[in-house]
Design a protein around this ligand. Structure first.
Ligand code: MG
Length: 223
């Protein structure tokens, strides 16, 4: 069982992280910035182990193997994160949502590019330890319409990503239905819903900040 916990904003309760699912290619402008044209027919899904989770104030660290860093190209991707509070029982998929957070899908882009070229999995590029910084969770009743909210990502105080979730290609409900039909959503699961355009490289010492509307902020530094 995971020993990774997130705080829930404004209540004395914690959220134990179970599985982490991530959606790729969910904003058209991001697909285009990587030279793609069309969205995929079904959601592109990958996972991160829950050892990837870090919280506000912690550090992102590129892992080393045999004394060498395994990547020279660390990228941020700012994303809306959905937190699952219980298994789905009825037909209303949103019943299983506990709340929302903002997170960074940290990516070793050179490792991912090599994996893409060779047709190999992205797990190392996307799932390394500290690759999933996530803010405190905002309970769902604080957000009137999650399909129409803004989130932003900053590097060293400079705005790099800003989007409204209405620009998602596949909506939150459709993402959850798809994941539940294939993997089963469970209490403690987190879903990263994809990055908008504006991703980029960060280096040691850089400060990454994200905000979800004006409800919650996340700050992590690159080691
Ligand atoms: Mg992503």
């Amino acid at each position: 069982m995971s020993n990774k916990f997130l705080k829930i904003k404004a209540v004395n309760e914690t959220f134990r992280v179970n599985n982490i699912f991530c959606i790729g290619k969910n904003y058209l402008m991001h697909i285009k910035e990587f030279g793609g044209k069309e969205p995929e027919k079904n959601p592109v899904i990958f996972t991160k182990p829950n050892s990837a989770i870090i919280s506000d104030g912690e550090e992102v660290v590129i892992p080393e193997y045999n004394g060498r860093k395994i990547s020279g190209e660390l990228h941020y991707e700012t994303e809306l994160v959905v937190a699952i509070g219980k298994e789905l029982t009825g037909d209303n998929i949103s019943d299983c949502i506990k709340g929302y957070a903002v997170g960074f899908d940290m990516t070793l882009r050179d490792v991912q590019d090599e994996a893409k070229q060779k047709g190999l999995p992205w797990t190392t590029a996307k799932g390394f330890r500290t690759s999933a910084p996530v803010s405190d969770i905002v309970l769902k009743h604080e957000i009137i319409n999650p399909d129409n909210i803004n989130f932003m990502g900053f590097v060293n105080g400079e705005l790099k990503q800003s989007v409204n979730t209405s620009e998602m290609i596949i909506s939150i409900n459709e993402i959850l239905k798809y994941i539940d039909s294939i993997f089963s959503l469970q209490s403690g699961d987190l879903i990263f819903t994809g990055t908008p355009a504006g991703v980029g490289k960060v280096k040691s010492g850089d400060l990454l900040e994200a905000s979800l509307v004006n409800l919650v902020q996340l700050k992590v530094r690159v080691s």
